[in-house]
Design a protein around this ligand. Structure first.
Ligand code: ATP
Length: 371
């Protein structure tokens, strides 16, 4: 029996609403797969916490997250709750910077039965991954911004060490995908024709590419990549890019998949990793039971897969696969349509359907000792 401690941050808005069914589902899948136990430590951080106490991310919560085996996060931040400089409270960005979570992994995979915006039948085959650098780039300006009279200068930081690790991560991912039958090709998305920082980014990409002779690579300017993501997204396999470009392109990716409620993500570093949906707290639908919890469920499956890889635990891999398959089966016949796509399925209905699929596919494992 392997046990893992999961630091859980429900956060704000719909983050809390999608976390509750996610924990229930995780417990169900773990019970059924067997040989595995997850302990959840619920921790509070975010905009509500800042409003109540003046601290968005308490140090005790950071320490607890650091010593947990993985971090599961709903969403944080509210437009009405801001720091004195006008920016939103965003502890999820603090995690990325403090724990060095340089690889923001955003799978863009279209599930059968989910309404999508592109009519071309090839859009149903889209299966690529965007790897977004998540600790520096233009987001570094959060800490490196300067006022100069009537102008504000936001600094873009691109550093060799972070880029090397990012590109190695992207090429290793492409290699794993090639073994699994995907093309295994890496596209560097940058703006090397205009910004010296981006020319540096590309030069490091090309250096790292030389170490991966078996993996195809190409470079694309971000504007061209944006066009192609809409016109022919099925041609991509692994995209790797700067923080802000990745922030924008991952929302395009979410749209290709049928909306923010379908898009999972992981922020991975060498020691810690945070798993959270791509979406924010969605104040426009919070409190109405309309949030699609699928992105949260798929992020939890990514967590199980990462734990399995990291600790060599087969039960984690099996749980990840079963959870993902339950989600896929829930949507497969096309009658489960989230509110985001004009349907009547809210948080409860989608959670119930995924849970039913899980239960019907997996008989209960032999009883396990409960601690
Ligand atoms: P942030 O800046 O914090 O990432 P955002 O401005 O990108 O947030 P989101 O909170 O991600 O905004 O929401 C964008 C849109 O997508 C909103 O209209 C919201 O209602 C919708 N949306 C986001 N998440 C979901 C979800 N899980 N289910 C249904 N709709 C969602």
């Amino acid at each position: 029996m392997r046990e893992f401690l999961i630091a859980v941050f429900p956060g704000d808005g719909i983050g809390r609403e999608v976390m509750t069914p996610c924990l229930t589902l995780l417990e169900a899948v773990v019970d059924r797969v067997g040989d595995l136990k997850l302990r959840f430590q619920i921790l509070e951080a975010g905009a509500e916490r800042y409003r109540e106490t003046g601290v968005a991310l308490p140090e005790e919560a950071v320490d607890a997250a650091r010593s947990a085996d993985a971090i599961l996060l709903g969403a944080m931040g509210l437009p009405a709750v801001r720091y004195p400089d006008g920016t939103e409270v965003a502890p999820q960005l603090d995690f990325r910077e403090r724990f060095g979570l340089y690889a923001g992994v955003r799978p863009i995979r279209v599930l059968a039965g989910v309404p999508i915006p592109l009519a071309d039948p090839r859009a149903r085959t889209v299966d690529c991954v965007l790897v977004r650098e998540s600790t520096e780039g233009l987001f570094a300006a959060r800490k490196h911004s300067r006022r100069d009279g009537d102008a504000v200068l936001d600094l873009m930081r691109i550093s060799r060490g972070v880029c090397e690790r990012l590109f190695v991560f992207a090429f290793d991912l492409a290699r794993r995908r090639r073994k699994a039958g995907r093309p295994g090709r890496v596209t560097c998305v940058d703006k090397a024709n205009v910004l010296p920082s981006m020319a540096f980014f590309r030069s490091i990409f090309l250096e790292v590419a030389e170490r991966y002779a078996d993996i195809d690579h190409e470079c694309s300017y971000v504007d061209a990549a944006g066009l192609k993501l809409v016109r022919a997204p099925w041609d991509f396999d692994v995209l790797v890019t700067e923080n802000m470009f990745g922030d924008i392109l991952s929302d395009v990716g979410a749209a290709l998949m049928g909306g923010m409620g379908m898009a999972p993500s992981a922020d991975i570093g060498d020691a810690q990793a945070v798993f959270q949906p791509c979406h924010g707290t969605a104040p426009d639908i919070a409190g109405r039971g309309l949030a699609n919890p699928t992105a949260m469920f798929l992020s939890a499956a990514m967590m199980l897969e990462w734990l399995g890889d990291r600790h060599g635990v087969h039960a984690c891999h099996r749980a990840a696969v079963e959870l993902t398959r339950a989600v896929e089966r829930a949507f497969a016949n096309g009658d489960l349509v989230g509110a985001e796509n004009g349907g009547n399925a809210g948080t409860q209905m989608i959670s119930d359907r995924v849970r039913e699929q899980l239960m019907s596919a997996l008989p209960l494992a032999a009883p396990v000792e409960r601690g």
